[in-house]
Design a protein around this ligand. Structure first.
Ligand code: ZN
Ligand code: ZN
Length: 87
C-alpha cells in the first residue's frame, strides 16, 4: 500500500524527521495529522505523546521501553493506544 504522506511531501510541516527524538507530527488512526506534545506516563514514567489540538488523542510507546521505565507491564506498553482516544 502506498504511503499517503508521500503525496504531500511539498509541505515540510507534515514531515517527520528521521532520527529526531521528538516527532513533530503524527497521524491519528483516522489519517489526520496532529502536532504532538510529549507527556509522561504517570504509571511507569515513559514518554507518550498527546495531540496539541486534542490532548485526549494519545500515542503510547508500546514495546519502546525507556531506560527509566518503572513498570514494563504498564498499560502503555501492554495495551498501547496509538493515535486514538483511550477508551
Ligand atoms: Zn506507562
Ligand atoms: Zn514504561
Amino acid at each position: 500500500m502506498r504511503e499517503w504522506s508521500d503525496d504531500r511531501k511539498e509541505n515540510p510541516l507534515e514531515q517527520v524527521h528521521p532520527g529526531h527524538d521528538l516527532p513533530a507530527r503524527r497521524r491519528d488512526d483516522e489519517g489526520d495529522f496532529h502536532d504532538l506534545m510529549p507527556s509522561t506516563c504517570p504509571d511507569c514514567g515513559c514518554t507518550f505523546y498527546q495531540a496539541k489540538d486534542d490532548p485526549s488523542i494519545i500515542w503510547e510507546p508500546g514495546t519502546a521501553w525507556e531506560e527509566t521505565c518503572r513498570d514494563r507491564e504498564c498499560h502503555c506498553h501492554n495495551d498501547p493506544v496509538i493515535g486514538a482516544r483511550r477508551s
